[in-house]
Design a protein around this ligand. Structure first.
Ligand code: C2O
Ligand code: CU
Length: 504
């Protein structure tokens, strides 16, 4: 259904504060709750699942090197309100509503990383095979960055995130604070998600048959779900009143599958100042940015000289469609105080990774396949989630991964624990491509377009243990474009029990 655009003001998700302390650090309590949420003026309230009942969840704002604890609890019903697919690999034997939280972009210990099999149900009544503990520890040792947290339960992530389980997490540091970038109310988070609503206000997600037969051609959950309506911070096509000055937008594509080409309706340039892993070394002037699911962009838009105008944030891929518009900026005629912010020429320092220290180069294909019902699956190297781990880097070693996309679609590839650099990208005939602006920054998720090969380099630190890496199109991740990432502690390879780590 088509809703009127730009009638609701953009909400800013509230900050969460810790309730008590635990082992010398702040302890935050977050509970997953079913609630009703108002997405649009003309839409009845929508049933959602929210962290602390909020959509998006409450925003964390933490300081670098100040660790925190979070107790994530599940108070959701035992049955899903969106159509589950019992045939998805690894999902059929599990309880219907299972949850686990991953802090995307965080260097967390394995038992706080939200492994897809570390799921738990309402009140921890049941827990998954990988379950470790109820209180998670986040060391916050990374540089200032825009992280986010979201559900990651095996085989059901696409439904849980779509139901509302996602929120923002900012790490701040001194280096960033010294820069004259727009601050306070001039720094605005934008979490963008596409949804489809039924006329009664409920969320629509395509259903799967309960008992698919191998002989029937069922529509697959893949390749993707694309909503016909765009939400920002939990409102449909909102507007934001801005002053004629510079703004910093911390933008997250939290959509299940949709990649956007962000641009301004006046086609004016803006500055990319940061990516997934924090600030770039230097700002890059851009006219548009392609952003795939889970990627973040940190941008500065200058509205000075635009007083009295309306500027729309657009998706350049969809200009013919309603989803080609995302939100509206209404520029006032006057400033409440002079704009002293600047985009400095030098933003930060990024440590280079020495290519001559690379221990291993892995060439991994992104391919499609079919499941036992004849439905499309997307895989890495033709392997499913349950196949034994093949990405088993040594702790502290540097590896290059060559991601060879044999499919025509986009795959945003996310590696847990690390930040990586993008070395280069090639088209299907092996011709070197011009880098994307975001390729200059620290990344944890990289857009790999159809037919492309993208090479990334990363150092596996600071922890060893069981992590995962996957495509962040959630329909792909759930079926089965996700693989274990097992980081092996170096010393164990000299021990008699060296194999234990690899097999148990
Ligand atoms: Cu944002 Cu493994 O996920
Ligand atoms: Cu994918």
């Amino acid at each position: 259904m088509e809703l009127k655009k730009f009638v609701d003001a953009l909400p800013i998700p509230s900050f969460i504060t810790p309730k008590e302390s635990y082992q010398g650090a702040p302890l935050y309590e977050v509970s997953m709750i079913e609630t009703l949420h108002k997405f649009h003026r003309d839409l009845p309230k929508t049933k959602v699942w929210g962290y602390n009942g909020q959509v998006p969840g409450p925003t964390f704002n933490v300081e670098k090197n100040q660790p925190i604890y979070v107790r994530w609890t599940n108070h959701l019903p035992l049955k899903h309100f969106l159509p589950v697919d019992k045939t998805i690999h690894g999902a059929h034997h599990n309880p219907e509503v299972r949850t686990v939280v991953h802090l995307h972009g965080s260097p967390s210990e394995p038992d706080s990383d939200g492994h897809p099999e570390a799921w738990f149900t309402r009140n921890f009544q049941q827990t998954g095979p990988h379950f470790m503990k109820e209180i998670y520890h986040y060391p916050n040792t990374e540089r200032a960055a825009n992280l986010w947290y979201h559900d990651h339960a095996l085989g059901i992530t696409r439904l849980n995130v779509y139901a509302g389980l996602a929120g923002l997490y900012f790490v701040r540091d001194e280096q960033e604070r010294t820069l004259p970038l727009p601050k306070g109310k001039y720094e605005v988070p934008l979490m963008i998600q596409d949804k489809t609503f039924n006329p009664d206000g409920s969320l629509f997600y395509p259903a799967q048959p309960d008992n698919p037969s191998p002989n029937l051609p069922y529509p697959s959950i893949v390749p993707s779900f694309l909503g016909d309506t765009i939400t920002v911070n939990g409102k449909v096509w909102p507007f934001l009143n801005v002053e004629p000055r510079k703004y910093r937008f911390r933008l997250l594509n939290a959509s299940n599958s949709r990649t956007y080409k962000f641009q301004l309706s006046n086609l004016r340039p803006f500055y990319l100042i940061g990516t997934d892993g924090g600030l770039l070394t230097r700002p890059i002037k851009v006219e548009s940015l392609d952003v795939s699911p889970a990627e973040r962009i940190d941008i500065v838009v200058d509205f000075s000289r635009l007083g009295g105008q309306k500027i729309v944030l657009q998706d350049g891929f969809e200009l013919e469609n309603p989803t080609g518009e995302i939100m509206e900026f209404r520029v006032s005629k006057s400033l409440s105080c002079p704009d002293q912010s600047k985009v400095p020429l030098l933003l930060s320092r990024i440590e280079p990774l020495r290519v001559n220290k690379v221990r291993k180069i892995r060439r991994i294909t992104l391919n499609d396949s079919q499941d036992e019902y004849g439905r499309l699956m997307l895989l890495f190297d033709d392997k499913e989630w349950m196949d034994p781990a093949t990405e088993t880097p040594l702790l502290n070693s540097i590896e290059i991964w060559e991601l060879v996309n044999l499919t025509p679609g986009i795959h945003p590839i996310h590696v847990h624990l690390v930040n990586f650099r993008v070395l280069d990208r090639y088209d299907k005939d092996g011709r070197l491509l011009i880098p994307l602006p975001a390729d200059y920054g620290l990344k944890d998720t990289v857009l790999v377009a159809g037919g492309e090969t993208v090479r990334i380099i990363m150092k596996f630190q600071p922890f060893s243990g069981d992590y995962v890496w996957h495509c962040h199109r959630l329909e792909h991740e759930d079926h089965d474009m996700m693989r274990p990432l097992k980081i092996i502690p170096f010393h164990s390879s000299n021990h008699s029990n060296s194999n234990r780590h690899q097999t148990d």
